[in-house]
Design a protein around this ligand. Sequence first.
Ligand SMILES: [Zn+2]
Length: 62
Amino acid sequence: MDVRNKTLMVTKYCIKNEFTMCPFDEKHNQSKLPEPLYLVDRKNKYKLEFHCAECEMHIINT
Ligand SMILES: [Zn+2]
C-alpha cells in the first residue's frame, strides 16, 4: 500500500498558534516559519500542513 503523501494525523495542536504565529490570531507576531515544516524521527520525515482557518495541523507522510 502506498502511504506517501497521505494525511496520517489531524491535530488541533497548531504549532503556529503555539509560537503565536497563527495568521488567524489577531495578536500573532509577523515573523514567519520557514515552510514547509517537517517533523523528523529516526525512520521517517513528515510534512506539516497548516489549516489555520480551523487551526488544525495535518501531519503528512512523505
Ligand atoms: Zn493556527
